[in-house]
Write a protein that binds this ligand. Structure first.
Ligand code: TPP
Length: 528
C-alpha cells in the first residue's frame, strides 16, 4: 500500500504541532490506526478503555497546554461514547478535535452495521463538522478544523469513511466540473490582537477609580494573568474572588483573595458580594448568578475574550473584549492607588476566621477523621507545582477548599458541564503532556468505581483500632483514591489508611517507606 489518505491526515496534524492522539481502536478506524502506525515518530497514540476518557484527556490536554487536544474513536458506538467529554470541552471553551470513523461510502444510507450519522449527531457539539468524501479534501479540512476549534475555542469533528481512510493519499477520483480546484491551505493560526483599545481601557479605569468598595471576580480566562491580577488588587485594595475553574489564578494564601464563590466557595466571598459597589469581572462568564450581586445593584466592568459573552451575565457598564493579561497590563498605569483599605482589611479578617474553621475540619484529632483531613494531607505533601484533577460531587467541595494553590500548582475539573468522573482521565492526559509533573486525581466514590472498578464497599479500617470505618469509609472511599497520583492504581483494591499513607509517601519519593503514622498537624510520619 502506497501513501494512504490517513497519512495525509496524521501528517497534517503533526504539522500543526499535534503530538498525541487519545483513543480506542475499532474496525471503523483501522485505516487511521495504520496512518498513526506509519507516523508514530511524530504522533503518539494513547490507548484508553472507554472513548469518553479519550475526550476528557484531550480536553485536559488543551486546558493544561493551551494547545488543541485530539481524540479518536471508531464509527457508531465509539463516536457516541466521545460525546460527554466533547461537551466538557465545549462548555469550558477548550479547542478539541474529534476524529471518527464512518461506514464505507458505498454503504452510506443503507443501514449497514454500526451506521450512525456522526456528523449529524455532532451538529450541536461541534463548531466545525465535516465528513471526508474524497482524499483531496485532506489536508485542508484538517487546517480548517484546527483553526476553527482554536479560534472559536470549541470542538471540531472530522469523520472519515473506511474506504477513504486507506485510499491513495493523492487520489481524486472524480471529474471536476465546477470552477473550483482542490483546496490548498496553510497550517497557520493568526490570533486576533488581545490588547483592548486605549479608549476601552480608560473607560474601565474611570469606573474602577471611582468604584468604592470593589471586588475582582477572576475566572479561567485569567489563569495566565496572576501577576497582573495581584497588582490590580493591590492598587485598588480590592479582594479577588475566584471561580472554581479559575482557582489557580492567584495563590490561596494571598492576602488579596477571599477564595472561591458559589456552592463550593467561601463565606467571605459570599458576604462580600452583598457589600460591594463595583464588580470587576476578569476572564469569567460565571454562570451561577445567584451568587453574584442582584442585577443593577452594583456597577460592573468586564474583560472578556469572546465578544459573544461580554456583558452576558450581569448588566455591564463597561464590557471590554480582550485577553485578560494584556488588558490588565494596559489598565494598571491608568489606575489610582486606593488609600482607604478598610474594606480589604475587613475581608482579610473574615478570611483568617474562615481558614481557621477549615483547618478545624481537617484536624486529624477528630474522631472519626473528616474527609477534609485526607485532602489536607495531600495538600501538605504535594509539590508546589503539582496538579490536582478533580471529579464532580462532594469531592469537589473538599478539593476546592483544602487543595491550596501555591507556586505553580494547577487545579482542573469539569467546570461548566460538571460531568461525572473526568478526574482520572484528566490527570492521565495532563501527565502525557508533562511527564515530569506530579499529579493527583481526586476521585468521587462513584467515579472511582466507574474508572478503576473499585469494590462497592472498600475495606477500610481505622489505622490503630482496626475497627471498620463503615459509613465514613464509604464517604471517604473516593477521597482516599485521591492519594494515588503517580503511584499505583492496584492499591485501590483495599483502601486502608496505611495503604493510603504508603501511596502518598511513595508518590512523594520516600524510598523504602512502608507505612504511615498519623501525627497531629504537621503531617504524617513515614515509617521505614
Ligand atoms: C454523567 C453524570 N451523571 C450524573 C451526574 C450527577 N452527579 C453529580 S456528582 C454525582 C455523584 C458523584 O459520586 P460520589 O462522589 O460517589 O458521590 P457524592 O460523594 O458526591 O455523594 C452524580 C451522580 C453528573 N454530574 N454527571
Amino acid at each position: 500500500m502506497g501513501r494512504i489518505a490517513s497519512e495525509a491526515l496524521i501528517e497534517r496534524l503533526a504539522d500543526w504541532g499535534v503530538d498525541t492522539v487519545f483513543g480506542l481502536p475499532g474496525d471503523g478506524i483501522n485505516g487511521i490506526m495504520e496512518g498513526l502506525r506509519r507516523h508514530q515518530d511524530r504522533v503518539r497514540f494513547v490507548l484508553v478503555h472507554h472513548e469518553e476518557a479519550a475526550a476528557f484527556m484531550a480536553t485536559a490536554h488543551a486546558k493544561a497546554t493551551g494547545r488543541i487536544g485530539v481524540c479518536l474513536a471508531t464509527s457508531g458506538p465509539g463516536g457516541i461514547h466521545l460525546l460527554n467529554g466533547l461537551y466538557d470541552a465545549k462548555l469550558d471553551h477548550m479547542p478539541v478535535l474529534a476524529i471518527t470513523g464512518m461506514q464505507e461510502t458505498s454503504l452510506l444510507g443503507t443501514g449497514y452495521q454500526q451506521e450512525v450519522n456522526l456528523d449529524k449527531l455532532y451538529a450541536d457539539v461541534a463548531e466545525y463538522d465535516q465528513m471526508i468524501y474524497n482524499p483531496a479534501q485532506l489536508p485542508s479540512v484538517v487546517d480548517n478544523a484546527v483553526r476553527t476549534a482554536c479560534a472559536r475555542r470549541g470542538v471540531a469533528h472530522i469523520t472519515v469513511p473506511n474506504d477513504i481512510q486507506v485510499a491513495d493519499a493523492d487520489a481524486d477520483p472524480w471529474q471536476h466540473v465546477a470552477p473550483a480546484r482542490s483546496p490548498a491551505t496553510a497550517p497557520v493560526m493568526a490570533l486576533a490582537p488581545g490588547r483592548p483599545c486605549q479608549d476601552d481601557l480608560e473607560r474601565v479605569a474611570g469606573l474602577l477609580n471611582e468604584g468604592g468598595k470593589t471586588a475582582i471576580l477572576a475566572g479561567a480566562g485569567a489563569l495566565h494573568a496572576r501577576e497582573e491580577l495581584l497588582a490590580v488588587a493591590e492598587t485598588l485594595a480590592a479582594p479577588i474572588v475566584k471561580t472554581l475553574s479559575g482557582k489557580a489564578a492567584v495563590p490561596d494564601d494571598s492576602p488579596f483573595t477571599t477564595g472561591g464563590i458559589g456552592l463550593l466557595g467561601t463565606r467571605p466571598s459570599e458576604e462580600l458580594m452583598e457589600q460591594i459597589d463595583t464588580l470587576f469581572m476578569v476572564g469569567t462568564n460565571f454562570p451561577c448568578t445567584r451568587h453574584l450581586p442582584a442585577p443593577g445593584k452594583v456597577r460592573v466592568a468586564q474583560i472578556e475574550a469572546d465578544p459573544a459573552r461580554a456583558g452576558g451575565r450581569l448588566p455591564t457598564e463597561v464590557p471590554v473584549v480582550g485577553d485578560a493579561k494584556l488588558a490588565l497590563q494596559g489598565l494598571l498605569p491608568l489606575l489610582k492607588q486606593r488609600t482607604d483599605i478598610s474594606f480589604l482589611e475587613d475581608c482579610q479578617g473574615k478570611m483568617d476566621k474562615w481558614r481557621r474553621s477549615m483547618a478545624a475540619l481537617a484536624d486529624p484529632g477528630r474522631d472519626p477523621i473528616a474527609p477534609q483531613y485526607v485532602v489536607s494531607v495531600l495538600d501538605e505533601l504535594a509539590d508546589d507545582d503539582a496538579v490536582l484533577a478533580c471529579d464532580s460531587g462532594t469531592i469537589a467541595t473538599w478539593a476546592a477548599r483544602h487543595w491550596g494553590i501555591r507556586g505553580g500548582r494547577g487545579f482542573f475539573l469539569s467546570g461548566n458541564l460538571a460531568t461525572m468522573a473526568p478526574g482520572l482521565p484528566y490527570a492521565l492526559g495532563i501527565q502525557r503532556a508533562f511527564p515530569q509533573i506530579r499529579w493527583a486525581s481526586a476521585l468521587g466514590g462513584t467515579p472511582a468505581r466507574l474508572r478503576v472498578n473499585l469494590p462497592l464497599r472498600p475495606s477500610c479500617t481505622r489505622p490503630r483500632t482496626g475497627r471498620p470505618r463503615s459509613l465514613l469509609a464509604r464517604r471517604l472511599s473516593g477521597c482516599w483514591t485521591s492519594a494515588f497520583g503517580r503511584v499505583c492504581l492496584g492499591e485501590c483494591r483495599a483502601l486502608t489508611m496505611p495503604r493510603m499513607g504508603r501511596a502518598l509517601c511513595e508518590g512523594h519519593s520516600h524510598p523504602g517507606c512502608r507505612g504511615w503514622e498519623h501525627r497531629p498537624r504537621g503531617g504524617g510520619h513515614c515509617r521505614p
